[in-house]
Write a protein that binds this ligand. Structure first.
Ligand SMILES: Cc1ncc(COP(=O)(O)O)c(C=O)c1O
Length: 398
C-alpha cells in the first residue's frame, strides 16, 4: 500500500524559484547595484510618515485591555464608516468586519461562500497572490479575460461562459492591479445582472480605490465604491496597506451590502468566523482612527510620486516607437508593451543582466501573450528615470 503524504495536496506548490527570481538572486549575490522598478512597498520608498502620530496611537493604554468584539471594536468600525462617508458612501458600521489585512478577509469570504472545490470567477491579468489565497481555502479560480483596446474592459462573453454549477462569486479588483482600470458604471450594471441571474456574490477588492489618476484616459464613467452596491450580495474589501500606505499594520475590512436578508445572514456568519479567530489585536484597533487619518498626508505624496514617474515615463517613451505604455486610470503600476520577440521572463532577465534594472515580467500577473512588463510607479523618481532610460536604450538597441 502506498503511504499517503503527510502533507495535504493543497500545499503541493512548486517551490523552485522561477528563472527571473534566480537571476535576481544571482545579480544581488554578485554585489552589482540594481535599479529596482518593482518596489511597491511604500514604507521603503522615501515617503514622509508622521512617526509621532503613528507610534503615539499605538501606545494607547486602552490597548492593554482585551475586549472581544468579533466584528472589531465599534470605535474602529465607526472610523472606517467615516472614511466611506468622506468618499460619498454611507456604510453602516454594523455591516463591517475588521480583519488582519485584506488577505485574511479573502479567507473569511471564501469560507463563507464556497464549499471545497467551488469556483470563483476572477479577471486576468490580476494580483498574483489570488491563486494562493484561493487554493489554501480549497477554492478554484476560473479566469476570464480583461481585453485591452486603449483601455481595459471585461470580456463579458468569457465571464458568462465561465459560470457553471460550482460558481459562487465574481471577484474583481477596482481599480485592478496591475492594469489600473476602474470598473465602469455600465460594467457594474452587467455584473449586477449576472450575479442576480446566477445567484452569485460580488467580491470587490478596492484597496487602490483612492489612487485615481487626474488626467486618465477613461473608457467610460467609472463606478465609485461598491460599498453602496445594494442590488446583489456584495463584499467590498479594503484596508490600510494602500489607503494609508501602512501595509505593516495589517488591518483591513469587509463591508457587506446587498438585499437586506442576505446581508444580515452574511454578516452574522462572518461574525462567527471572526469570533473563531478571537478578533484582531486591540492596540491596532484603537489606533485605527489615527492610522486611517494618515491617508491625508500619505495619499498626496503617493499621487504626486505616481504623477512625476508617469511624466518621467511618458517623455522618453515619446522619443521612440518600440515600447509603449498601456492606458490606465489608477493604482500604483504601469504596464509596458515591448516587442514580443522573446518571452517576457527572458526580457526581464535580459534587462537585469544588461542594464541592472529590475522589472516584473507580465506573466507573473497572467497577461495573455508575451512582451508585457510591469513597473511600480512608487519607485523614487531619480531611480525611476535612470531605470527607464536604461530599459528603453536596451530594448531599442536589440
Ligand atoms: C489587489 C490587492 N489586494 C489585496 C492585497 C493585500 O492587502 P493586505 O496588505 O491588506 O493584506 C494587495 C497587496 O498588494 C493587493 O494588491
Amino acid at each position: 500500500m502506498t503511504r499517503r503524504s503527510i502533507f495535504a495536496a493543497r500545499t503541493n506548490w512548486t517551490l523552485e524559484e522561477n528563472a527571473y527570481t534566480l537571476a535576481l538572486r544571482r545579480h544581488k549575490r554578485s554585489g552589482r547595484e540594481i535599479l529596482d522598478l518593482t518596489v511597491s512597498n511604500p514604507t521603503v520608498c522615501g515617503f514622509q510618515y508622521d512617526e509621532t502620530a503613528i507610534l503615539g496611537a499605538l501606545e494607547n493604554s486602552v490597548g492593554l485591555r482585551y475586549e472581544a468584539q468579533p466584528k472589531g471594536l465599534l470605535s474602529a468600525r465607526a472610523a472606517v464608516a467615516q472614511y466611506y462617508q468622506e468618499i460619498g458612501v454611507t456604510v453602516d458600521p454594523e455591516r463591517l468586519i475588521l480583519t488582519t489585512g485584506t488577505s485574511e478577509a479573502y479567507s473569511f469570504l471564501f469560507r463563507l461562500v464556497c464549499e471545497p472545490g467551488d469556483e470563483v470567477l476572477i479577471a486576468h491579468p490580476s494580483y498574483p497572490l489570488f491563486d494562493f489565497l484561493a487554493s489554501i481555502q480549497d477554492v478554484k479560480l476560473r479566469p476570464f479575460r480583461l481585453l485591452y483596446d486603449h483601455g481595459w474592459e471585461i470580456d463579458f462573453a468569457e465571464l458568462e461562459n465561465g459560470i457553471g454549477a460550482w460558481t459562487r462569486a465574481i471577484l474583481l479588483v477596482h481599480p485592478n492591479n496591475p492594469t489600473g482600470n476602474f470598473i465602469t458604471t455600465r460594467e457594474a450594471e452587467k455584473l449586477n445582472a449576472l450575479c442576480s441571474r446566477h445567484n452569485l456574490a460580488l467580491v470587490m477588492d478596492e484597496v487602490f480605490l483612492d489612487y485615481r489618476l487626474k488626467n486618465a484616459c477613461a473608457r467610460g464613467e467609472s463606478h465609485g465604491s461598491f460599498a453602496c452596491n445594494s442590488s446583489v450580495l456584495t463584499f467590498v474589501l479594503s484596508g490600510l496597506s494602500k489607503i494609508s500606505a501602512l501595509p505593516q499594520m495589517k488591518i483591513g475590512w469587509i463591508a457587506s451590502n446587498g438585499p437586506e436578508n442576505l446581508v444580515r445572514d452574511a454578516v452574522a456568519r462572518l461574525e462567527v468566523i471572526a469570533d473563531t479567530y478571537l478578533t484582531l489585536n486591540a492596540p491596532i484597533q484603537h489606533a485605527l482612527p489615527v492610522l486611517l487619518a494618515q491617508r491625508r498626508s500619505l495619499q498626496p505624496q503617493l499621487l504626486s510620486r505616481i504623477g512625476s514617474n508617469l511624466d518621467a515615463l511618458d517623455a522618453p517613451l515619446a522619443t521612440q516607437n518600440l515600447v509603449t505604455r498601456l492606458e490606465f486610470e489608477g493604482g500604483w503600476y504601469a504596464v509596458l508593451r515591448a516587442p514580443a520577440v522573446q518571452s517576457d521572463e527572458n526580457l526581464a532577465i535580459d534587462l537585469l543582466d544588461r542594464c541592472s534594472v529590475a522589472v516584473h515580467p507580465g506573466h507573473f500577473y497572467e497577461f495573455s501573450g508575451e512582451g508585457f512588463l510591469v513597473i511600480s510607479l512608487l519607485t523614487p523618481t531619480n531611480q525611476f528615470e535612470e531605470g527607464m532610460r536604461r530599459v528603453l536604450t536596451a530594448i531599442n538597441a536589440t
